[in-house]
Design a protein around this ligand. Structure first.
Ligand code: HXC
Ligand code: NAP
Length: 290
């Protein structure tokens, strides 16, 4: 497993990258690597103190510049204010990374309409708000070579019990990615997404799966590679997708999950548990004439 950066120094030099939810977890990890590669960041989230602490730590560790702006992506006027403040600060935006999300596990029949909306509004409406606010501005100013990268999940494609609002909302983000990859290509805007499997973050693991649940579930055992992903592995993929090296990638949803979703999908995958000696016997017993 590589903990090393993949791209060469300066690969994102002078790119201004907006990351929603960039003060924590995966957003912060991807942002830190973008800074190392020479990018400047604008990060938003609802909690001002979280953003400011993250920004000062990131700048100290990785150099370059991190602009912060508290913003609730569910509110279009706040997103526009974030965009305008970022433009006033940097003069341009090159990349929008739709990363902010909300989620919790629950049987669906226990959810109130408000609980459903809480997740759908952050993930689907928030992503729509940001994409529209930043995208329209690029189109109106006839700026080209722009990128929208969104973070979905593997269950956006497969569906998943107990995270239904998240699955529905992320599926909508996938549909937006593929639709606008075609429609806004004429404006020089590329759309891609990353569908991560398990990457340990406080937001997704400690909060979504409280207490000892992650240990009890042994999430690593649901992954053929028998481990969770590392922040650097995700950051390498994200850096490539927002860089000019990926200029011909458009409309792609890249899964990075150690094979997790396929393990759940194949009907006979449970045979992974069969030991070698038993395969000898099965080989004999299933040959022609037996
Ligand atoms: C059932 C819940 C609930 C829960 C809140 N609600 N938490 N219902 N189970 N655990 C209900 C409330 O009762 C309320 O219903 C409504 O949802 C809104 O609650 P608020 O607390 O007011 O919402 P809000 O402050 O907007 O917070 C949003 C949130 C919160 C989604 C509920 O968890 C949050 O801010 N999350 C952000 C961080 C996060 O979730 N990160 C994980 C991303 S990981 P009423 O009926 O009163 O309106 C991910 C993929 C993981 O996405 C992949 C798998 C490993
Ligand atoms: P996280 O740390 O909880 O990240 C969520 C971020 O979104 C926080 O910074 C949060 O900040 C921000 N946010 C939430 N609601 C917001 C709102 N209304 N407006 C603005 N910002 C908001 O969790 P994470 O694990 O890093 O998740 C990052 C992304 O990866 C998400 O899209 C998630 O779905 C995806 N993902 C994660 C995993 C995993 O295993 N970690 C797997 C699959 C997909 P505030 O609370 O301060 O607003």
């Amino acid at each position: 497993m590589s903990q090393e950066g993949m791209l060469r120094e300066g690969a994102l030099k002078d790119k201004v990258i907006v990351i929603t939810g960039g003060g924590t977890g995966l957003g912060r990890a991807m942002g830190s690597y973008f800074l190392e590669l020479g990018a400047k960041l604008a990060i938003c989230g609802r909690r001002k103190e979280v953003l400011e602490k993250a920004a000062s730590e990131m700048m100290e560790a990785h150099g370059s510049e991190v602009f912060t702006f508290p913003c609730d992506v569910r509110k279009y006027d706040e997103v526009e204010a974030f965009r305008d403040a970022t433009l006033a600060h940097y003069g341009k935006v090159d990349v929008l990374l739709n990363n902010a999300a909300g989620n919790f596990i629950s049987p669906t029949e226990r959810l109130s309409p408000g609980a459903f909306d809480a997740v759908i509004d952050i993930v689907l409406k928030g992503t729509k708000n940001c994409t529209l606010a930043f995208g329209k501005n690029w189109i109106q100013k006839e700026e080209k070579n722009k990128v929208v990268l969104s973070i979905t999940t593997t269950y956006a494609a497969t569906g998943s019990a107990f995270v239904v609002p998240s699955a529905m909302a992320k599926a909508g983000v996938s549909a937006m990615t593929r639709s606008l990859a075609v429609e806004w290509a004429r404006y020089g805007i590329r759309f891609n997404a990353i569908a991560p499997g398990p990457f340990p973050t406080e937001g997704a693991w400690s909060r979504l799966l409280p207490g000892d649940i992650p240990d009890m579930l042994k999430i690593e055992n649901q992954v053929p590679l028998k481990r969770a992903g590392t922040m650097q592995e995700l950051a390498n993929l994200a850096a490539f997708l927002v860089s000019d090296f990926a200029a011909y990638m458009n409309g792609e949803i890249v899964t990075i999950d150690g094979g997790e979703w396929l393990l759940g999908a194949g009907e006979l995958n449970f045979l992974e548990a069969v030991p070698d000696e038993m395969w000898d016997w099965i080989g004999e017993a299933t040959r022609k004439g037996k």
